[in-house]
Design a protein around this ligand. Structure first.
Ligand code: HEC
Length: 125
């Protein structure tokens, strides 16, 4: 009990140091989670900006059979993020490519998001 009042400056410093170390460790642990959350948000907003005009809810308003539902992706052998990313960049058939609008890893972020939605049957939430 009496010891508390005996705290000198260096024990204070040590305590702050420990606190900062703990905070650093915590933020490092939670970082990947934040990045994943950012990715899915980006995937969604990229899709809304560049693809939803024709592929609203994973459909296709121009060629109904060429949609983004898992059955269609499987039938056409493109249930793979790399292949969807390539289509996003370069286009397919009568669909234009959007490579000019997709920077860095946008194509893959978008493709992963699309595949994830397809696996969830494009049901939100
Ligand atoms: C202007 C309308 C339009 C936009 C915008 C559009 N698409 Fe398409 N998409 C199409 C059409 C039409 C097809 C069918 C092409 C064909 O086979 O001739 C297609 C086909 C596809 C396919 C193949 C689907 C299948 O089952 O075979 C994928 C994957 C795809 N689009 C992804 C995307 C992505 C990703 C974006 C956004 C970057 C996008 N599309 C934006 C019109 C569009």
């Amino acid at each position: 009990m009496f010891k508390i009042f005996k705290l000198n400056f260096s024990t204070f410093k040590a305590k702050y140091f420990l606190l900062i170390v703990i905070l650093c460790i915590f933020s490092l642990i939670s970082l990947p989670k934040k990045l994943i959350a950012l990715d899915t948000r980006n995937g969604e907003s990229l899709f809304k900006h560049h693809c939803a005009g024709c592929h609203v809810n994973g459909g296709n308003i121009i060629r109904r059979s060429k949609n983004l539902k898992i059955s269609s992706l499987k039938r056409n052998g493109i249930d793979d993020p790399e292949l969807i990313a390539k289509i996003a960049r370069e286009g397919i058939g009568i669909m234009d490519g959007y490579g000019d609008l997709l920077v860095d890893n946008d194509d893959l972020i978008l493709a992963n998001w699309i595949l994830e939605q397809a696996q969830k049957a494009w049901v939100q939430g």
